[in-house]
Write a protein that binds this ligand. Structure first.
Ligand SMILES: O=C(O)COP(=O)(O)O
Ligand SMILES: [Mg+2]
Length: 223
């Protein structure tokens, strides 16, 4: 395998976290007197970090009114409280993830998570889901000054792993992973089962689409 490092997205790539994110989102909306949203709608709001999710949840009102910074800050506090309560309760590891991570590790690749989810939720979730041990580095939404789709988090992860971005593989479910990895000069694979802000993954600027992390490991082994 020509890749010395593999950087994996979290939400929609390693874990299906939408049930918990939707529960916290609707608990926040209920506390603010807003009606419940379908889980599928919440899923289209995930991808650019928690603050962006909260802004989109607040902007989902009949008038399309955008929240003020003060309203966003207050709602974010409420969301955080609820998400801490449920984080991991209904999350699941996608099929093929453990098999794929084992295969990448056996092939000698250094593994990192690169997520837009804040550190306070990411680290306990990785532990709870039994995946923490696979990763030598975890770069979260608040680790760097900018989040994906900026290349900064991927470049930071490569630096921490001592890996050349050109010899590194990124795997994700969304436009944010694709654009960030492209800008970082990495090879990038997309998975179709996650949350791409409601868009078709077939339109993403990626090297290929694979059906699972296990298939991604096979794809990489052939190169
Ligand atoms: O927190 C988000 O918005 C998405 O997180 P991800 O980068 O792991 O997909
Ligand atoms: Mg994702």
């Amino acid at each position: 395998m020509r890749f010395s490092a593999v950087l994996l997205d979290l939400d929609g790539t390693l874990l299906d976290t939408i049930p918990d994110l939707a529960r916290a989102s609707n608990a926040m909306r209920a506390e603010l007197g807003m009606p419940e949203l379908p889980v599928a709608t919440v899923a289209t709001y995930v991808g650019k970090g928690t603050e962006n999710l909260v802004k989109r949840l607040l902007a989902d009102n009949p008038e399309g009114r955008q929240p003020s910074p003060e309203e966003t800050a207050r709602a974010l506090e409420i969301f955080h409280r609820h998400y801490h309560e449920v984080n991991g309760d209904e999350a699941s590891v996608y099929p093929g993830v453990v098999e794929g991570l084992e295969a990448f590790s056996k092939a000698g690749a250094a593994l990192a998570v690169v997520t837009n989810k804040p550190t306070q939720f990411t680290l306990p979730l990785l532990e709870r889901m039994g995946l923490a041990g696979y990763f030598s580095q975890v770069v979260c939404g608040d680790t760097c000054a900018r989040k994906k789709p900026d290349p900064m988090p991927f470049l930071h992860a490569c630096e921490l792993l001592g890996a050349d971005p050109a010899a590194s593989l990124a795997i994700g479910d969304s436009i944010n992973d694709a654009l960030a990895a492209r800008a970082a000069n990495m090879t990038v694979l997309a998975l179709p089962y996650g949350y791409n802000e409601g868009m078709d993954v077939r339109n993403l600027p990626v090297d290929d689409i694979v059906m699972s992390i296990a298939e991604a490991a096979q794809w990489a082994a052939a190169r």
